[in-house]
Design a protein. Structure first.
Length: 727
């Protein structure tokens, strides 16, 4: 404290002599030597401590002008001063419990974004004075789009973390190589501005290794080049990385377009349990590095550390994010909240992971605040450890260490549970059947019929022939090695489980048809291998319902509904027609007017809901009357959607009817639809009636037609939407 008083005196700066200032300063000095050094160098900042500790003093876009405007050669110095001033604010607020962990991480991210934006604007301004910027296809100058990855992308940046970036830009109108070179030069200058370590420190360390081809790849790529790379070269670890992608500076609109374009690469349309293999591989590499560098007490990479929490959450996001868009968010805590709301993770696990994450991130941040160092380890020095514990409200470091150990043990246990699949058939009462099923499958792979093992399982000759034929399937044989290993675990499990059932003679041929249908989709093979409970549900449904089994074989995406744990526990009443119409309208209204996509959406909605109705009926959750009514409601929602799409198409082609204040076209359901007694395979008996007075009017579009013809075309389009098969 006296050293700071002396610095103020030497600089001619008044010492802020009030109680609130003192109350804020003392905890800050316990927490951070970095803060002490910055205040000693720039004692004028001490006078700002009381005001800067307020929430509304956070970094904001309005600060840009104060950084960018001024001598270009001094931009780096202005950026460093800005970063240090706001870093002191972060220390003071965190040390005095004036901000939650989430707020501190978000404010740190915002600070990096403002510095990035200021650096880009400053470099662009200096560059534009020397040469014209490249032009995009929209005729506008191309700007660098900065994608934040990792903690920055998740809006959860550490106090002294690298910022992981990827540089992109919109497609140029011409001379792509020239545009790439020009924008790469801007990107390199931005990196130099931020990472230069001068006498007054640095702004941010920049890590570009997540870009295509890593450190040997080009610094900036167009959106088209990015899409081509990930389509041809994208690896599983890059999917994990892009979960946290967020446009953070520069041309944010172009950055968001790229993120949206890559969404199918990151989040698959089906439940993607194959992602767990890449998680195991990444974790194994991390464990090797941790052991080699003796980093077992690393808060981030060590056992039960932050990375394991991130992996657990990202695994849920990658597995389900294509089917559940709410999970496709870059922040960890928002993703956990979405998983809880959707029932994708158990509430107890969500609470444990969220609490553990907040604790570990707070301790990690405090470790970095100590000296503004990028470290994730608790310091070895005993006094520094005591300071860390005191700053976090503990009597001594032993108390903090005990809490950290218990927290990390819970995380490590949860992570191990997620990585280690259950293999119950290899032991217990069904072990003998599993061994016989293995013999049957090994024989089938060799093109042989293991008659004795088949007889022990009561498999008839036709089923044995079908197994041999399946084993010779080209798609199954050409699977990558890791998926062949899964295949050779899954097939004996299916054979043994089906053979153990009284109705197994019905289920096994259907299951073989399913395996053939999913042979080109390793994710489903992974799912059935990883999840014994899900596998048993498939076997049960295939044994009890030939109709539902045939639906799944024809449309493997329905496995997502069958394997969803939430479906098994559904106790909701049957959905009425109004609710179904609203759900389908919400889905189609948000889509572009691409006929194939809209048609696919209608088909998937119909198949998915019809299948869930079938599962409810099979589980006796709904009565026969309720099932028939729900199927009728589903049909009504589809007819209404087709009616609206046809109306939309007619308005686009011919305009609306002159003076029309109502629709004028009525669709009437007859037979089982009209009586709300629809079956799973029922036809729809429809009659269309239009207003004759409106039929005498003409449309007002560029290609006007008489109202009667306009209504007729709408009917034709409605029937087309309802009857055209999806590809």
């Amino acid at each position: 404290m006296e050293a700071l008083r002396g610095a103020c005196s030497a600089a001619g700066t008044a010492w802020p002599d009030d109680a609130r200032f003192a109350a804020l300063l003392r905890p800050s000095l316990v927490v951070s030597d970095y803060a002490f050094e910055q205040w000693r160098r720039r004692p004028a900042l001490l006078a700002r401590l009381t005001n800067d500790s307020a929430a509304d003093a956070a970094p904001r876009a309005a600060d840009l002008r104060g950084i960018v405007d001024g001598a270009p050669g001094e931009l780096g110095a202005r950026l460093r001063r800005y970063r240090h001033a706001h870093s002191l604010r972060l220390v003071a607020r965190d040390a005095n419990d004036l901000a939650s962990v989430e707020t501190t991480l978000s404010d740190t991210s915002r600070l990096a974004e403002v510095c990035l934006e200021a650096a880009i604007e400053g470099v662009e301004s200096a560059t534009s004075q020397r040469r014209e910027p490249p032009v995009g296809r929209d005729g506008q100058p191309l700007r660098l789009a900065v994608i934040g990855m990792g903690k920055l992308g998740g809006d959860e940046l550490n106090f002294s973390s690298d910022i992981d970036l990827i540089f992109a830009f919109g497609d140029p109108v011409a001379h792509a190589d020239d545009a790439e070179s020009a924008l790469a030069r801007i990107g390199q200058r931005v990196i130099n501005l931020l990472s230069a370590n001068e006498a007054d420190g640095f702004v941010h360390r920049v890590d570009m290794r997540l870009r295509p081809f890593g450190s040997v790849g080009r610094l900036a790529l167009s959106q088209s080049a990015m899409e081509q790379y990930y389509q041809r070269e994208g690896r599983d670890w890059e999917r994990y990385a892009w979960v946290k992608a967020r446009a953070v500076a520069g041309d944010r609109a172009a950055g968001q377009r790229l993120i949206d374009a890559l969404r199918p690469f990151v989040f698959r349309r089906y439940l993607d349990y194959a992602a767990i293999d890449s998680l195991r591989e990444m974790k194994a590499l991390i464990d090797i590095e941790v052991a080699r560098a003796d980093r077992h007490d690393d808060l981030k990479l060590g056992p039960g550390g932050i990375r394991e929490i991130e992996f657990l959450v990202q695994l849920t996001q990658l597995t389900r994010g294509g089917r559940e868009p709410a999970l496709a968010v870059p922040g960890l805590l928002p993703a956990l909240a979405a998983a809880l709301a959707l029932g994708a993770m158990p509430p107890a696990l969500v609470d444990m992971l969220a609490d553990s994450y907040r604790l570990l991130r707070r301790v990690e941040n405090r470790v970095q605040m100590l000296r503004d160092e990028q470290t994730h380890r608790v310091p070895d020095d005993a006094f520094l450890r005591e300071r860390l514990a005191w700053g976090l409200g503990h009597e001594n470091y032993e108390a903090l260490a005990e809490i950290l150990f218990a927290t990390r043990q819970r995380v490590a246990d949860a992570f191990a549970d997620a990585l280690v699949p259950s293999r119950p058939l290899r032991r217990g009462p069904r072990a003998a059947q599993f061994a016989q099923a293995e013999a049957v499958w090994r024989g089938a792979l060799a093109g042989e019929r293991e008659a004795s093992a088949a007889a022990a399982l009561d498999l008839d000759a036709g089923t044995l022939d079908a197994l041999v034929a399946l084993a010779g399937n080209a798609s199954l044989r050409s699977l990558p090695e890791r998926h062949r290993v899964r295949r050779d675990r899954l097939m004996p499990a299916l054979i043994a489980s089906a053979a153990a059932r009284d109705d197994g003679h019905a289920s096994l041929p259907r299951l073989l048809s399913l395996v053939r249908a999913i042979s080109g989709r390793p994710s489903y093979i992974a799912l059935l291998d990883e999840q014994p409970g899900a596998r048993e549900r498939v076997i049960d449904v295939f044994a009890r319902s030939g109709f539902l089994a045939a639906q799944v074989v024809a449309h493997p995406l329905l496995l997502d509904d069958l394997l969803d744990e939430r479906q098994r526990d559904r106790v909701d009443g049957a959905a009425d027609a109004r609710a179904l119409r609203a759900a389908l309208a919400t889905q189609t209204d948000a889509m572009d007017d691409e006929p194939e996509e809209l048609l696919l959406a209608l088909h998937e909605f119909k198949l998915g809901h019809q299948f869930r109705v079938g599962l409810d009926w099979l589980a006796r959750r709904h009565s026969a009357d309720a099932t028939a009514a729900e199927l009728a409601g589903l049909a009504e929602s589809l007819v209404a959607a087709a009616h609206e799409l046809a109306h939309r198409d007619a308005r686009m082609q011919h305009g609306a009817l002159a003076g029309a204040v109502r629709d004028g076209l009525l669709t009437v359901g007859y037979g089982s639809l009209g009586a709300a007694e629809l079956g799973f395979a029922s036809d729809l008996d429809l009659v269309f009636v239009y207003d004759t007075a409106m039929g005498a009017q003409a449309t007002e579009g560029a290609r006007p037609v008489e109202g009667s013809r306009w209504f007729a075309r709408r009917v034709q389009r409605t029937v087309h939407w309802l009857t055209t098969p999806a590809r």
